[in-house]
Structures are given as C-alpha cells and as structure tokens.
Design a protein. Structure first.
Length: 700
C-alpha cells in the first residue's frame, strides 16, 4: 500500500500516512494512519521503524476513538454560566479571538507579567508544544512558566552528574546480562524498552525491578525489591558501600573519567547495608546480593524512570544512581551504563523555534507550574510581582494534574481571573475557562518530535483535515499574534516551516519526509572513554556547581518532607502512579480505555486493610490536612505494608465526589529542579460503614 500524504492521493483510495505518537512516553512511536475517503480508520505502529516495530500500546492504538470522540470540542466556546459549571455557548472564531485579545491587551497595558501561559506535555511535539506559543508570550512579555511538573528533578540530577540528559542507547539493553529497572513500570509506561528487556531475558539476563509497588513489570522480573518511597538514594549508597568493600570497582575508569571519587567514597562508607535496610524497609540480604550482582555482572545496565524523583530527595536519588555505572566501568560497554532520558542528545534548535530574543530587555518573572495552587491565590507584592490576572492553558489539565488541587480549584474559580483553554475535550480545567478554543489532534496537524527513550527524530504529517473548526496550537497563537499587532516575520511561519526549523541542517529533513524518521549519528558506547558533557568532561560525583549554590556537592539520602512514622494521624505513605490505560489525565474520557480501568482505585496491603476494617471493593476515604477523596479499595499485595497506591490521574468530575488523588498531594518541592513531590505524601484511610451510601458526600 502506498505511503504518502493524504493530500496528494485520490480520496477514493485508502492511504497510509506516516506520523508520530505525541504523548509523554519515552518510546515516541512511529505511526501509520489508514485514511479512507478522508476518514482515519486505523492507527497502527510503523513496522519500518526499528523501535516501534509495528507495535503500539493499547492507548494509542485507540487513537481514532479519541479523535472522533462524540464529545470532541469542534467550535470555540464562551462561558455562559458560573466558573466550574461547564456551561458554554458556541461562538465564531472572530468573536473568540477578538474577546481574548481585548482582555489580554488590557492586562498587558498594565503589566504583561500578570499574564501566564500554562502548558506541558499534552503533546511532546516541538511545533505544537514549544514554538509559536513561546514566540507569542515572549513578545508579549508575559510571565515565564517553569515547566517542572514531571521530570525536572531527575533532569537536573543528570545535568549535575553526567552533564545532560544523556545515556546509553535503548536498543543495547537487549545485550545486557543484568538490567536494573529502577522506578519504572516499563510494561505500562515504556513498552518498547520492555521488548528489549525481554530479549535480554531470553538470552539469559537477570532482571531486577526496584519499585515500592509490585507492578506488572515486577511480576515479570526475576526479583522485586520494594523500598519505601523516597529511600532510593540510601539504597544506591549502600550498593556503593558494597562495591567498595568487595573491590568490585573499575579503578582505571574511576581515575581517568570521574571527579570527586575520594569524597564519594567517604560518603558511601557511611552507608553499610544494615543502615540502608532499616531506612529502605528491605532486607540486608537483598542489598548485598544486588550489589554483588551489579558489581560482578558485565555488561550491567540501569533503566531509570521518573517515579523515583517525585519526593523531597528525588534529585539526590537520581544523582546517586547515576554514579553507579562509572564506579564499575559499565560505560565501557554499549550494553552497560544507564538511561533516564536521551533528550539531551538531540541537536534541537529551541532558540530558533521559541525566539527568546523577542522578550523585553527586563526578563519577566518565572512562575513554577507545580505551585500554581498557591500562586493563583497570591496577592501582588514586591517579591511576587503582579497578581496573576490571565491564564492561557494548553497541552495540560492543571485542575486535575497539579498537586494540592483544592487550592488549584480555588485559584481557577476566581471571578477576576481570565482563563483561555486550548483543548480537545471539556476537561476539569476547561470547565473553568472563559473561552475554550478547539485544538487539532495529532492526526490533523504537522509536527516534529524527538524522544527521551531513543535517538530518532520523527515527522508527523497530518493524516486528515482538521475536524469541525479545530485549529492547531501553532495556528491559534499565530492568529492571536496577528490580532495583537505583532508584525515580526516569524509570526507568519507555517507549521510545516516550523518543522523544518526545529533541527535545521542537523537532521536530514528529506529523510524525515521520505521515511518518517531519521536516526542520530551517535557512538554506540558514548562514554566508554569518558567525554561526558560536564564542565570537567568527567562523571562528576562531586558537583562544584551545586556546591556554589550552597548545596551538597555529593549525592546523599534526604528524608522525605513527610516522613513515615512522624505522624500518628497520617501513618500511611501514598504514591500515585498512573493507571496503566491512561497517560496522566489523557485518555480518561476514551470509553473503551476507561472500561478497562473500571473506576478510581486505591491499592492497599491486606495487613493495612484488615487493621482498618477495609474489604476488597469497599469505598474508602483517603485524607490528610490538605483534603480528602473517595475511591474503591483493592486489597492487594501490589501495595507494600505501610504504603498505599492511589492509581491516577482520573478527571475530578469522574470521581465519586468530584475530586481525585491530587486532593491530598503537596506543593512542596524537590531538592533539585524545583519539581513536585507527588510521592512524598502521608495520609490515612478509612472505610464507609454503609457502602450503599457511596454516592453521598462524606465530610473530611
């Protein structure tokens, strides 16, 4: 079957159009969309792309169901009822754009920093996620957004240790003899890595899963180690202790390619397995055996993911783990080393796309997206600056996904806050908008993508025309810029032109056009001879840059903000990993996927359930001083004793009482990267005496 743009093929003949998955996943799959008479009938993986190999996750394989969803917003909407009521009236694009620009212009005339963009990774595309929108807000002089909500603690840790978001190539995990899957439910969140891990397993490799939850991935590994949330750095330091004590070290690699070894050695020797076992809640024997396996098996590889960095000491934890491959010389092998993110290896021209030079001479303030609940409620002050008067939200659903959501809701409900939301559906956040603008889905626009799991660039062609009156994000900001009187030529760049600008001459665009992807030319074992992108060119066990900030230059274990055992009222630690068939709050409204998930659930260990009189399937209340939410309990050994797993993130409006798991999470930040601490959360759980009353409100 020919593979070409639907626009160049007779509509009567089914065609396949190459594209890329836009969602926040390391895999960045290559897509083939079958189009018949202008209608997308199937989305499948591209078998010609080695990393995708024709395989998609359950979520994205249902992508046509999302694009053609009966509740899709296909016309601009203007609020006609109270904020949060979800009452809107359809309007034309001219009325919507004129109304928006009038309000933004009036606010900008007083102080443009009172305007805040709010976006994240609803699409990972460089065009629809970080191009014309950034140009618009930079020219406007709006407040900047610190986009921290997912990965910034781990990212900063990699920068301080390895020099950037760099690591081993994903495909070479297939050749490893030991794989530590640390803080990742790979089956649910990194499917194509799991395929390489399974290949290694068939070839005799040992797989160890390190995760507080007994995930589906843990089920398939040889061993599961379940540390308490927030104790991963202690575990990593104990592994270092054992590597030193048994001399499972590559002294030559340490001498030539690392910085700060003597200081790290002293720190690690303070962490014998007995101390770490007490902190982590795992056995001394497990720690010793894991250290022996890691120190004596070659090649050994570590696949980190971002779950482990969502606690107070998350940055230090990633730093500690990232030191391990240099101690054993694992980087010498192409199947050895570590991978958390590969995104720093792409030659992206973000300055060209985003045009920070358009900003005023005085750089506008920066607002952390993870503290939006507090920040929307702040008054103007010399320290904070002007009160936030306008929000433009796109590629995100903060009312559902931001922490401490009762405060987020209070902020969005402000009668004096002007809010614009670019969306596909009427999400929890869209319910609070003054205007909702209909955005295109991935099947309807141009985009270009890098990856944080592999090292291929992918091009997304539009497979179908935009449905209804939907416009791409880039087009919406292009239209707003025109109405605001921005005349610079860069605001006329088309979406396809932006795709070409994203990498310039560093990537063969003709190859992207012809096959849909292009592989970066990178060495198989990038740090076999050192050459880390740090200031020293070495793996920096000790970071002088952190020390200059008044921080500890060495990785260390930092206890959680909310330390288990410190509160008699809230004795349970809670983590909130994503439900397998959702991606944060995306796909929650796809009926077939929601049917698989069933309902919002809380996994609780049998011992903790019995102590509270909680039966499997019972409606329970999860609460702390920040708030409460209700869901159904699943009594399961997937939860370790003392830790509950609140699987999320459901839309609030689909919860039992209009809330979700983020009602109890905190706006406290991590040690590095200013990131949220979703998994640093103490709660209590109680059961309803009369489950038949589950639909009734239950006071906190």
């Amino acid at each position: 079957m020919p593979m070409s743009s639907a626009a160049n093929t007779p509509r009567s003949a089914p065609v396949q159009v190459r594209g890329a998955c836009p969602h926040d996943c390391p895999d960045t799959c290559a897509l083939l969309t079958t189009v018949d008479n202008g209608v997308a009938t199937r989305v499948q993986g591209n078998p010609d792309h080695p990393h995708t190999d024709g395989v998609l996750c359950t979520k994205v394989s249902r992508y046509t169901e999302r694009s053609y969803h009966p509740e899709r917003i296909l016309t601009p909407l203007k609020r006609s009822g109270p904020k949060g009521s979800g009452q809107f009236t359809p309007v034309g694009w001219d009325e919507a754009l004129n109304g928006i620009t009038a309000r933004l212009s009036a606010i900008a005339a007083r102080d443009p920093e009172a305007i805040l963009p709010y976006s994240y990774a609803g699409t990972m595309g460089m065009v629809q996620g970080e191009s014309m929108d950034r140009r618009f807000f930079h020219h406007l002089g709006a407040s900047q957004l610190d986009r921290t909500i997912c990965a910034s603690a781990g990212a900063e840790a990699l920068v301080q240790t390895l020099g950037g978001k760099v690591g081993m190539k994903m495909e070479f995990f297939a050749e490893a003899q030991l794989i530590l899957i640390w803080g990742s439910n790979s089956i649910g969140s990194n499917l194509h890595f799991w395929r390489y891990a399974q290949q290694a397993k068939r070839n005799g490799a040992r797989l160890v899963c390190i995760d507080p939850r007994k995930t589906e991935t843990a089920d398939k590994c040889h061993e599961h180690i379940a540390p308490r949330p927030g104790t991963d750095a202690a575990l990593a330091l104990a592994l270092m202790h054992e590597l030193i004590a048994h001399d499972w070290l590559d002294h030559d690699y340490i001498a030539r390619h690392t910085l700060g070894w003597e200081q790290l050695r002293e720190r690690a020797l303070q962490w014998p397995p007995e101390r770490a076992a007490e902190v982590c809640g795992v056995s001394v024997e497990q720690i010793r055996q894991l250290a022996k396996d890691y120190g004596t098996t070659k090649p050994a590889a570590i696949r980190l993911n971002y779950g482990m960095q969502r606690v107070r000491g998350g940055g230090n934890a990633v730093r500690a783990v990232a030191c391990l491959p240099a101690l054993t010389g694992a980087w010498r092998h192409r199947a050895g080393g570590l991978l958390l993110s590969s995104s720093g290896q792409f030659p992206a021209q973000r300055g060209v796309l985003q045009r920070p030079d358009l900003m005023p001479a005085k750089t506008p303030r920066t607002i952390n997206m993870s503290t939006i609940g507090d920040d929307l409620l702040r008054a103007a002050s010399p320290a904070f600056g002007p009160r936030i008067e306008a929000l433009v939200v796109y590629n995100s659903n903060p009312v559902a996904v931001a922490p401490d959501s009762s405060k987020v809701v209070q902020g969005f409900a402000r009668s004096d806050l002007f809010t614009v939301v670019l969306e596909h559906f009427q999400t929890d956040t869209a319910d609070y908008a003054d205007f909702i603008l209909p955005a295109t889905t991935q099947l309807e626009h141009w985009d270009v993508h890098l990856s944080y799991g592999h090292t291929d660039v992918l091009l997304n062609r539009p497979a179908i025309e935009p449905l209804g009156q939907a416009r791409s994000n880039a087009q919406i900001f292009r239209d707003l810029a025109a109405r605001m009187g921005f005349t610079e030529p860069c605001f006329a760049d088309s979406d396809e032109a932006l795709c070409r600008q994203a990498f310039g001459d560093a990537v063969d665009y003709a190859l992207l056009e012809s096959q849909g992807f292009a592989t970066l030319a990178l060495p198989d074992a990038p740090f076999a001879e050192g050459g880390f992108p740090t200031p020293s060119g070495k793996c920096e066990f000790f970071s002088a840059r952190l020390a200059a900030q008044g921080l500890d230059g060495l990785p260390d274990h930092l206890p959680n903000h909310e330390l288990q055992g410190s509160s008699a009222r809230y004795p349970l630690a809670m983590i909130s990993p994503p439900a397998r068939n959702f991606l944060n709050s995306t796909f929650v409204n796809v009926q077939s996927l929601r049917a698989i998930e069933g309902r919002p659930v809380l996994e609780i260990h049998p011992d903790d359930a019995q102590a509270r009189g909680i039966d499997d399937g019972a409606v329970v209340r999860v609460f702390n001083d920040r708030g409460s939410y209700r869901c159904h309990a699943t009594v399961s050994r997937r939860a370790r004793p003392g830790v509950i797993n609140g699987l999320g993130v459901w839309w609030r409006k689909l919860g039992l009482d209009g809330t979700n798991v983020n009602e109890v999470t905190s706006q406290a930040l991590t040690d590095l990267g200013r990131a949220p601490t979703f998994y640093d959360c103490l709660v209590e759980v109680d059961a309803f005496a009369h489950p038949a009353a589950a639909g009734a409100p239950h006071a906190a």
